[in-house]
Design a protein around this ligand. Structure first.
Ligand code: HEC
Length: 100
């Protein structure tokens, strides 16, 4: 019985993670224009996001949104995002291979 509950828990949590990444991918279409479709930017001034740490992605997107980090190009991109959007987008970019 204990084993069953454990397995069920694993199934549910892995589904939740998959849903977040898919939602993040959908929300990241706009980001791709600058950060690249695979999270690897082709523009020298724009950072790669693929394979970056989830926590760092989340905290930096929130920092732009909340005005703690300011950039004329990037700040407006973060302005409309909810905490859930940010968590999903961070999960998506973190899941991509850093090498492109
Ligand atoms: C119009 C171009 C553009 C778009 C679109 C854009 N960004 Fe950015 N982004 C930038 C630039 C330029 C920087 C570097 C800004 C700086 O120096 O602080 C940046 C920085 C970042 C960083 C910080 C990376 C680091 O290593 O510190 C994150 C995270 C990020 N963007 C996420 C996103 C997400 C998520 C989206 C979509 C919602 C997005 N960006 C859309 C141009 C863009």
């Amino acid at each position: 019985m204990k084993y069953l509950i454990f397995t069920l828990g694993l199934l549910l949590s892995s589904q939740a993670i998959a849903a977040d990444v898919a939602a993040g991918k959908a929300k990241s279409m706009v980001c791709a224009a600058c950060h690249g479709a695979n999270g690897i930017s082709i523009i020298p001034d724009y950072p790669n996001l693929a394979g970056q740490k989830v926590k760092y992605l989340e905290s930096s997107i929130k920092a732009y949104r909340d005005g703690e980090r300011k950039n004329g190009i990037m700040s407006p991109m973060a302005a409309g995002l909810t905490d859930t959007d940010i968590a999903n987008i961070a999960a998506y970019f973190a899941s991509l291979p850093a090498g492109g």
